[in-house]
Design a protein around this ligand. Structure first.
Ligand code: B16
Ligand code: MG
Length: 217
């Protein structure tokens, strides 16, 4: 088999929390009179919470904000976001994601998460995947967010796998760049696939099953 491990981004790949991020940032931006739409939102994919806030504030024209004020805004967004996460359940794990994960595991691949989100443990618990992955590298164990490769390099280290044996799965252009910077091949979905950012650009996560088999004798 071409790959021995698959490292999944969380938001936008395993579950569709990207819509909840959008709604929470939109509520915050509307309240502050900052223009914010889905085009700006696409730039936030894979980017840490504080870096996302800085991108949104590019269009802010009010009085300068202190670091404490910025942290308060980020906290407000996160509280709103977590209200949506609290409503999630194992029903929010789609059949195609569940079946693909199980198929890859049955093929003997090691499976990990590589997410910028500090809410990763909470989300995995909500959708019934706590304890499922062999390694979880997330916003709580990194100091630099995507496009820096740190989150994926740490995931590969946790698995004890060389980067060239790992396939990263991403929906964010920044995440695809991070995977490549870490010396890994990248399979993309959604926005990143539309940008042709991956070595493989997929319409469905099910395509992973053939991708990992590619080159098999
Ligand atoms: P949090 P991923 C990323 O998750 C999201 O795509 C990005 O929009 C978010 O700002 C970031 O996590 C931080 O999330 O505020 O929950 O710590 O795509 O890397 O799984
Ligand atoms: Mg993502």
């Amino acid at each position: 088999m071409k790959f021995k491990a698959v490292i999944f981004d969380l938001d936008g790949v395993i579950c569709f929390t990207d819509e909840y991020h959008y709604r929470a940032w939109k509520a915050m931006a509307d309240e502050m009179g900052i223009p914010f739409d889905r085009t700006v939102n696409n730039r936030l994919r894979g980017v840490s919470r504080m870096a996302s806030l800085d991108i949104i504030l590019e269009k802010y024209t009010g009085p300068a904000l202190s670091q404490a004020e910025k942290e308060k805004l980020a906290q407000k967004k996160n509280d709103l976001y977590r209200t949506s996460l609290a409503e999630m359940s194992p029903k929010d794990l789609s059949d195609e994601v569940r079946e693909t994960l199980n198929a890859l595991r049955d093929m003997g691949l090691r499976l990990a998460i590589g997410s910028s989100s500090k809410n990763t443990p909470f989300i995995l618990g909500q959708i019934g995947l706590a304890g499922f992955f062999d390694a979880v590298s997330d916003g709580n164990n990194i100091t630099r967010s995507k496009p820096d490769p740190e989150v994926f390099v740490k995931a590969a280290d946790m698995l004890g796998m060389a980067p060239e044996l790992c396939l990263v799965v991403e929906d964010a252009v920044s995440g695809a760049e991070a995977g490549h910077a870490g010396g890994m091949k990248v399979a993309c979905l959604g926005d990143a696939a539309e940008h042709g950012a991956g070595d493989y650009n997929m319409r469905s996560i099910r395509e992973l099953i053939d991708i990992v088999k590619e080159g098999e004798n």
